[in-house]
Design a protein around this ligand. Structure first.
Ligand SMILES: [Zn+2]
Length: 483
């Protein structure tokens, strides 16, 4: 009998396709990629999902502005997100577009499953198209949307509503008791604070007219189109086969208690309350964890088209390489709070940590090993020096602990402590001098950088591979040339 592997599921939020990717989304998808790779390395069966949200009103409007038919516009921008796979060396298993048939089938299935909690009523509210959501007067800041600083539109029409209020107590308990664990704690408190104000029912459709006929029409009432925050979150199960492939859906969702959504702080309420409420209503298993990251600013300001400070991840990759970009966001950005991007910070990190730190250590050890022809059949395959061995064990423990708490920066910090330790060890042991045990010292160091290569694999997959090859072939190839 074969032992069944542990399952692991992770998703990113679906970015809107009204424009091309910026580094804010790059941060999220790189973080999710690290988690997916880490769990694959543990031997788990991983499903890593991303895709694009294409049904919102803001997409219809952006296409109109660009004077391109909306289907074509959405596809073109969706492709730029899909291309991140190669540009950022991502390992996602599926890419779902919310305009796909398999998604629409799942939306209809969930709609039917939730119907007991749905009713129709006339409504007048303040709607922000940027957020694709209604706001109450007191949620606005000086009459403006808190996210977009724009004046919301007054909308009056008859729409479908979902009885979120009916789930208030249940949701409160799920969040409080970490059944759905919101990480970090500050975001959990934010959700609990939101519930405390009382949950009102939410509008989950809009008139086809207001939606410019763009979106998923409600089957039994085509005058209405699903609100994008009803349909978009369903991607997390439509991609797994909810409504189309029961076995896969069962395997990665229903019978898996390791399901994580990586999201930005701006869409916390949709994921911690609305999405679980739909699932509760339909009798479907709930996500287990929400990992909530902060935003990336550029030079201290929010990135925006009008400010002209949008940083494009593809251009960074072209100039500095994929792993340098991955490293910067994982090491320099706070996993939970907002982080700032500047080219100066980027180049500082690159030179000090990659060119000097990691690159220098690998080059040094490999070059010394070549000189004294360390690699031979008599060399041990485990580290002999006790101090080095103990240091590695300590680093491995730190690494595991911090990574499982999504503290990517601290996990990398731990690995770089090991790099620093090796540098000092080389200075002390001077394996370039003709000492008796220099073959053993260098062999230990080769084994240690092999361990470093394994540790950085989820973060810097290409560099990890290059290091392993250098150790095998004992050929020195520079990893990160200085800039
Ligand atoms: Zn807004």
């Amino acid at each position: 009998m074969t032992k069944e592997n542990k399952k692991f599921y992770i998703s990113t939020a679906l970015p809107y396709v009204n424009s091309v990717p910026h580094i804010g989304f790059a941060l999220e998808i790189i973080q999710a990629d690290v988690i997916a790779r880490y769990h694959r390395n543990l031997g788990e069966e991983v499903f890593f999902l991303t895709g694009t949200d294409e049904n919102g009103l803001k997409i219809a409007r952006a296409a109109e502005e660009a004077n391109i038919p909306v289907e074509e516009f959405a596809k073109k921008n969706a492709d730029t997100f899909r291309n991140l796979k190669e540009i950022l060396n991502l390992s996602f298993d599926d890419f779902i577009r919310t305009t796909e048939d398999r998604h629409i089938k799942a939306v209809y299935k969930l709609w039917q499953a939730c119907k007991k909690d749905v009713y129709k009523k006339k409504y007048r509210g303040l709607y922000c198209v940027g957020c694709e959501q209604f706001y109450t007067e007191d949620e606005l800041v000086d009459g403006l949307c808190p996210e977009h600083k724009t004046k919301p539109e007054i909308v009056e029409e008859e729409n479908y509503f979902f009885k979120l209020s009916a789930y208030e107590n249940q949701l409160k308990e799920l969040i409080e008791k970490d059944v759905i664990k919101v990480i970090p704690q500050t975001r959990k408190n934010e959700v609990l604070g939101f519930i405390k104000k009382g949950l009102e029912d939410i509008c989950i459709s809009r008139s086809s007219e207001r939606a410019r006929n763009w979106g998923i029409p409600i089957q039994d009432d085509p005058s209405q189109i699903f609100w994008s925050w009803f349909d978009a979150v369903i991607n997390y199960i439509s991609a797994l086969g909810y409504g189309t492939d029961d076995n896969n859906f069962k395997k990665y969702w229903q019978e898996n208690d390791n399901k994580i959504h990586a999201i930005g702080k701006g869409i916390l309420i949709f994921h911690s309350l609305y999405w679980p409420a739909y699932l509760l209503s339909a009798g479907i298993s709930l996500p287990d964890k929400l990992f909530v990251h902060g935003y990336v600013t550029a030079g201290g300001q929010k990135m925006s088209k009008s400010l002209g400070n949008i940083v494009n991840p593809s251009e960074l990759v072209k100039k500095y390489g994929t792993d340098a970009v991955r490293y910067f966001f994982l090491r320099e950005a706070s996993p939970f709070e907002d982080s700032d991007f500047t080219i100066e910070k980027f180049e500082d990190r690159y030179n000090s940590d990659l060119a000097k730190g990691l690159g220098n250590l690998v080059a040094r050890v490999v070059t010394l090993a070549i000189k004294c022809k360390t690699k031979n059949e008599k060399c041990k395959t485990t580290i002999q020096n006790v101090r080095l061995k103990e240091e590695i064990i300590k680093i491995q423990e730190d690494y595991k602990k911090t990574l499982e708490e999504f503290k990517f920066n601290e996990a990398l910090k731990a690995v770089w402590e090991l790099i620093g330790f090796c540098d000092r060890y080389i200075e002390q042991e001077k394996p370039w001098e003709d000492t008796e045990n220099k073959t053993e010292i260098l062999n230990d160091l080769l084994l240690t950088i092999d361990e470093i290569a394994k540790l950085i694999e989820p973060f810097l997959p290409e560099t990890s591979e290059k290091i392993s090859q250098q150790i095998k072939s004992l050929k020195s190839i520079p990893l990160f040339p200085r800039i």
